[in-house]
Design a protein around this ligand. Sequence first.
Ligand code: RNT
Ligand code: ZN
Length: 420
Amino acid sequence: MKKEQIQQSFEIAKARYAEVGVDVHRAMNELDKLPISLHCWQADDVTGFENPDGILTGGIQTTGNYPGKARNIAELRADIDKAMALIPGNHRVNIHAFYGDFGGHFVDRDQIEPKHFQSWIDWAKEKNYKLDFNCTCFSHDKSADGLTLSHPDPEIRKFWIEHVIRSRKIAEEMGRQLGSKCMHNIWIPDGSKDITVNRLQYRKNLKESLDTIFEYKTDDNLMRDCIESKLFGIGAESYTVGSHEFYLGYGVRNNVLVTLDAGHFHPTELISDKISSLLLYLPEVMLHVTRGIRWDSDHVVILNEELLAIAQEIVRADAVDKVHVGLDYFDASINRIGAYVVGVRATQKALMQALLEPLTMLRAMEAKGQKFERLALLEEAKSLPWNAVFDYYCMQKGVLVGQDYIADIQKYETDVTSKR
Ligand code: RNT
Ligand code: ZN
């Protein structure tokens, strides 16, 4: 796209937004404060580097065999760098524990240490990324029967407790070295395919395991733990130990943050409406932005109604500095770098639109009971020229504008990923 055109459209948009009391420059500055955490697991279909033949388990699945997946750390980092170059602003990378730099040796989950992630930290420093972290309680022999922290066998629970404590220490070290609080997410696959008559017992086990895990105290400025619920997994359709109620209760009582994954609720139940409630009881919220389709909770994020509603809730709740936006999807059937860029740009477009909402005017209408006027302005706001502001934002940040990134990803495919 031509620079002058982008500039001209921006000037028109700026005037148009001024009419409804919105300062486009302020909106762009706010967008800078909303880094997106890019999940490292999109580039290699959630395989990790612990075991090159590792099989993904835990009730999550990648489908597709598009060529060019990252086969090692160097390729994965190169792919993330490529995606980052097509995304405006400075962002974060979300690492899973089984992506450690294990130097060709097998290091079991209860043995991982910060040193196994030092090369990630060094790379992040060099590229000016910040890091988030996740313990990995799946794709392992000791989770083969679908249970980890809630397992009836205390020895198995002990193993996973150790893993999670070590993961928390790694997150703390990432936060320390990078000078930015690292969000550590705990998601476990625990559940059962068919009816269990021991719902309570597994939950008691999980509660106890978490209590032991959180006995190790970390510095809130360096890392924060988040616990992520789920409705069901593949092969765990009847019961999930870590349900929403379970973690909500645990989180509120113990001041542990809650992760809301957009794909982990009933199809018509939306996480956008949960943000404002959570923020009344916990200081921050972690999001896993994704797109659920039927049984799959992890399609590539696109600019749809719920994504916009999530963004609006972040802004309307004045929570730009309280909501951590992470992505969580995996599609192995399309160009994987393209999947990253589509998802991040969609998320940023939603945030941009939300930041450009004529909120002061809308709230004044609501205060006066002007319901028709509020509805009408909300409708008008949908087609205000937010995209001209987003294009300009991309240009200012030196990244390709609009659809131009498609050809760039195709070139990377020709030059790099298709040769793998
Ligand atoms: C699984 C959870 C979890 C994982 C990642 C890989 O349903 O959403 O967040 O997707 O940890
Ligand atoms: Zn998730």
